[in-house]
Design a protein around this ligand. Structure first.
Ligand code: FMN
Length: 171
């Protein structure tokens, strides 16, 4: 897929075919996250990748908006360090967002769907995934082959108009 097609095709996919993602495709998605830019090249993230069906089902219970994780082929949980200052937390969150979308676009390039899920119950997430006390799960990204319809460029995305969003030269 062309880069532009990957960008315009990406959407939150919440229904997945019951088949795995090829190992090399999953590695590429993770590598896309690893290569993301970060403030001062801090790379605050760790990625916990889950492909076991029982574990995915448990993970789906961590947040009421994350039911689709149970049916994904793989879910990547972006884990960040607990930090002292609000400034550091903001920077880590920005960096995690960049890694997230980079993985999602890499997936779309391969025709693989992805979706976000927030993390509600940190204790439960820690039990399931085993990350240390000084870390927290920031976002869960589920991946799989879309069961609803293939990824195709979306002609009319549900977005504010460009003219409203963009201020040229001055607000
Ligand atoms: C930080 C963040 C958290 C999100 N959490 C959830 C979630 O818990 N469950 C869900 O189904 N979608 C979640 N979403 C997906 C958004 O609802 C979705 O990206 C938005 O509606 C735009 O739709 P699109 O991604 O299909 O373009 C989340 C998105 C972001 C960026």
């Amino acid at each position: 897929m062309e880069t532009w097609d990957a960008i315009t095709s990406r959407r939150n996919v919440r229904e997945f075919e019951d088949r795995p993602i090829a190992d090399e495709d999953l590695e590429r998605i993770l590598e896309a996250g690893r290569r993301a830019p970060s403030s001062r090249n801090w790379q605050p993230w760790d990625f916990v990748v889950v492909t076991d069906r029982d574990q995915l089902t448990e993970l789906a219970g961590v947040w009421r908006g994350g039911g689709h994780i149970a049916h994904s082929a793989a879910t990547v949980v972006v884990v960040l360090p607990e930090v002292e200052s609000a400034d550091q937390r903001t920077r880590a969150a920005f960096d995690a967002g960049q890694a997230t979308v980079q993985m999602m676009i890499a997936a779309a390039d391969l025709g693989i769907g992805s979706g976000h899920s927030a993390v509600g119950d940190q204790d439960r997430a820690r039990e399931i995934l085993g990350f240390p006390e000084d870390r927290f799960a920031y976002i869960m990204i589920d991946f799989g082959h879309p069961a609803d319809r293939p990824l195709r460029p979306i002609r009319r995305p549900d977005r504010r108009p460009l003219e409203e969003v963009v201020h040229r030269g001055r607000w």
